[in-house]
Design a protein around this ligand. Structure first.
Ligand SMILES: [Zn+2]
Length: 145
């Protein structure tokens, strides 16, 4: 039964309520996606959503990482200074960060895959191709690790 107060497009089946005809990602920050996906009623909801959802996910990842960018910039400056002043201490800290980054990439990659993120999205998040993301994050058997 369609709920006329709902704004969820999947509630409007065209039977007794207005039918959604297209999907377009948009965000409370004012961003709007470029891809307008016309709804094909013969396809599953998932198939209709896929490209719009990926565009949305890319925006959400960019928005979520924006605050971290300044932290990375600050850290970069500190490490640059430390490299000049105390190279051995910089080496130790860089090695710790490298190990930590590997752990985070593996855990976050696994969590993102469990949420259904595509290899294209994971590649975008890592700044590499879909293929490189797959090679880096693909599931491996516990014994192979
Ligand atoms: Zn936004």
């Amino acid at each position: 039964m369609p709920n006329p107060k709902s704004r969820a497009w999947s509630h409007f089946d065209g039977d007794r309520a207005p039918a959604a005809v297209a999907l377009l990602a948009s965000c409370s920050c004012g961003w709007t996606g470029e891809h307008v996906q016309t709804i094909d009623r013969l396809r599953t909801i998932e198939a209709n959503e896929r490209e719009v959802r990926e565009e949305w996910n890319a925006h959400a990842v960019a928005a979520a990482t924006a605050p971290a960018e300044s932290v990375v910039t600050d850290l970069d400056l500190i490490l640059e200074r430390l490299t000049a002043d105390d190279p051995r201490a910089a080496l130790t800290i860089a090695a710790v960060l490298e190990r930590r980054a590997r752990t985070v990439i593996a855990a976050a990659g696994e969590a993102a895959r469990a949420q259904g993120d595509s290899w294209v999205l994971l590649g975008g998040a890592l700044g590499v191709t879909r293929q490189s993301a797959y090679e880096r994050l693909r599931p491996r058997s516990r014994q192979a690790r």
